[in-house]
Design a binder for this molecule. Structure first.
Ligand code: S3P
Length: 203
């Protein structure tokens, strides 16, 4: 197995598979994994939907920036930053921990790179992978889910998704690499990222 020299940060719209493909990738490469939404939910003791409802989106965005800023401060020791926010021994599907000397796969929320100077911070934190999906695919993947406060305001139609996607796309596309996920299984997405990173590291 090749040796990773940096963290991998997954960005992209809701339903792009950041969390699920991220977990598969981490397991495949023997890296640690953390999901930012999960981190925020554990820290606040509330679901994202509850945070949006009770404290508002600006509060959520501030918290999101604060968390990545803290993690970004010491990208070689993500674990220590995470300990501020979460009990790392917690058994969870959204936290995989193989060891403190391992790099991390970090899956972000769909809005994370878009706000404040988050993208800059994420770029310092690791190699950025944009999991790109079209509005049709996204709509199909998430139409039956309820935990999507951002889309709730837009009426949750394919057109609503398309509009937000259009606003965000130019930020997402500033990633180091783009993976087109339409029609791909999560397993294939994880494999593609693996292959890309492998090529980049010159192995
Ligand atoms: C958001 C995406 C969600 C979550 C929050 C806001 C967004 O994350 O952070 O509901 O603004 O697109 P996922 O992309 O993991 O669903």
């Amino acid at each position: 197995m090749m040796e990773m020299k940096t963290n991998i940060v997954l960005i992209g719209f809701m339903g792009a598979g950041k969390t699920e493909a991220g977990k598969l990738l981490a397991k495949k490469m023997g890296l640690n994994f953390i999901d930012l939404d999960f981190l925020i939910e554990s820290y606040e003791g509330m679901t994202i939907t509850e945070i949006f409802k009770q404290k508002g989106e600006p509060y959520f965005r501030d918290l999101e920036s604060k968390v990545i800023k803290d993690i970004g401060k010491n990208k070689k020791d993500v674990l220590n930053s995470l300990k501020k926010f979460i009990d790392i021994t917690i058994e969870s599907d959204n936290l995989i921990f193989y060891g403190k000397d391992k790099f991390w796969v970090i899956s972000t929320g769909g809005g994370t790179p878009v706000y404040n100077d988050n993208l800059k911070i994420l770029k310092r934190l690791g190699f950025i992978v944009y999991l790109k999906a079209g509005s049709k695919t996204i709509y199909k993947r998430i139409k039956s889910e309820k935990n999507r406060p951002v889309l709730g305001q837009e009426g949750f139609s394919e057109k609503g998704i398309k509009n937000i996607l259009k606003e965000r796309e130019n930020v997402y596309e500033r990633a180091d690499i783009i993976i087109y996920t339409d029609g791909l299984s999560l397993q294939s997405v994880a494999e593609e990222i693996d292959i890309f990173v492998l090529n980049l590291s010159g192995h």
